[in-house]
Design a protein around this ligand. Structure first.
Ligand code: ATP
Ligand code: MG
Length: 380
């Protein structure tokens, strides 16, 4: 099997991999993906191999792109940072979009989402926005990016002032080993090739980092941004993330709008974060009340909205707008959505200049049904 050859698995490991049924198809064959012969993704972690790892049999041989590792969260800045890092930390902005790994296979770029799917929409966008220059000189590197903007199939956001979709590099990693480049090298490569990068907000002495980050996070929060990822400049120590209260509230608002599609853990963990931040930020009564209001408002406003939608005979839906250069890629993306198990309706497709604009709505079936049954008088 090409997967075990590519990863150097023993016969025993290969057998276990098969038994566990972890490998899944990662793409839909199409001329848009002309460099790909067969591509598999790891649907779960397997030993060292991260979930979302992609093994691609391409016209130019077999390539491995490792899954993007989980980033753990600091619940307290002090003493967590001091204990976790050495000497200095780089504080990067945590951009709020979706995780994309971009690699070159054969002649073209391919964009992989977190779980290892090759996404037609994201691939078309990255071929246009990122381009091949970087990969001509660095064929074995992967750009780990946050795809951000209003035209996002997963996390549409207005706060960045990006009406379409842009890619912000946050890590550059070695394809096969997943080893990240040090921050300095990452930034100089981004500069050299004109790639957008997640901004570095501060390089701080680890003994003072918590104080500085409190101020940064308060400011980012007011601007509606998500938070920070704190990194070892050499990238030898795993990074940690930390988010603003406004981002936590934003997540809760989303989760409660679609409350039956979301895991209870998702909601619970965001409330716990608020407790720790409120304590650590030493806020006065006014700030504390604002936090309480933000938390409660984000939850109830969404819930009430969803209930009202169903009461008025509508389904609870999420609206998404995306642009495509090529009509065939638009169709391929619709097939991709179906394959990844999303329930949706295509509401409109229209031509706008050189683009085909797709309007789809994700249908939140489970939330809709739950609300309907209670409005109809069923007890919980
Ligand atoms: P995980 O924590 O497993 O990575 P998650 O979906 O729970 O996944 P988030 O809470 O969104 O993740 O935080 C991690 C994600 O943040 C990364 O996977 C990446 O997509 C995104 N991110 C945005 N900006 C950065 C950055 N500067 N450095 C690293 N990751 C970033
Ligand atoms: Mg995210």
């Amino acid at each position: 099997m090409f997967v075990s050859d590519a990863l150097g698995l023993s016969r025993h490991a290969e057998k276990r991999l098969e038994e566990k049924n972890i490998l899944r198809d990662a793409f839909i064959p199409h001329s848009f993906f002309s460099d790909l012969i067969e591509v598999l993704r790891f649907d779960k972690k397997f030993g060292e191999i991260e979930e979302g790892t992609v093994i691609a049999k391409t016209v130019k041989g077999v390539r491995v792109v490792r899954g993007f590792p989980k980033i753990r969260r600091a619940l307290t800045l002090y003493p967590t940072l001091k204990q976790h890092f050495e000497k200095e930390v780089a504080v990067e902005e945590k951009m709020n979009g979706y995780n994309v790994r971009i690699a070159r296979f054969g002649k073209n770029l391919y964009a992989m989402t977190r779980r290892g799917y090759i996404c037609p929409y994201t691939t078309e966008r990255c071929r246009e926005k990122v381009g091949l220059d970087f990969f001509k000189d660095n064929p074995d590197l992967v750009l780990c990016c946050e795809a951000v903007g209003e035209e996002s199939p997963f996390v549409p956001k207005k706060v960045y002032g990006i009406s379409e979709l842009e890619f912000f590099v946050f890590d550059i990693r070695e394809m096969r080993t997943n080893a990240p480049l040090p921050i300095r090298e990452k930034m100089s490569l981004c500069e050299e090739y004109g790639l957008k990068a997640a901004p570095i907000l501060e390089i701080a002495d680890v003994r003072r980092a918590h104080e500085i980050i409190v101020e940064i996070v308060k400011r980012l929060g007011k601007e509606g941004r998500e938070g920070v990822v704190i990194k070892d400049p050499a990238m030898k120590i795993d990074p940690l993330k930390y988010t603003t209260s406004e981002a936590n509230a934003g997540d809760l608002s989303y989760a409660f709008r679609y409350f039956n599609e979301y895991g209870k853990d998702f909601m619970f963990s965001r409330i716990i974060r608020e407790g720790f931040q409120s304590f650590e930020f030493n806020e006065d009564e006014k700030e504390f009340r604002e936090r309480c209001f933000r938390l409660g408002f984000s939850i109830l406003k969404s819930l009430r909205e969803s209930i009202k939608d169903v009461y008025e005979g509508k389904e609870v839906r999420e609206k998404i707008r995306l642009r495509f250069r090529d009509f065939e890629v638009l169709n391929l993306f619709i097939e991709h959505l179906r394959k990844t198990g999303v329930t949706f309706e295509v509401v409109d497709v229209r031509k706008e200049g050189e683009y085909a604009i797709l309007h789809v709505e994700r249908i939140m079936r489970s939330t809709t049904d739950k609300i309907k049954s209670h409005l109809g008088g069923s007890p919980w």
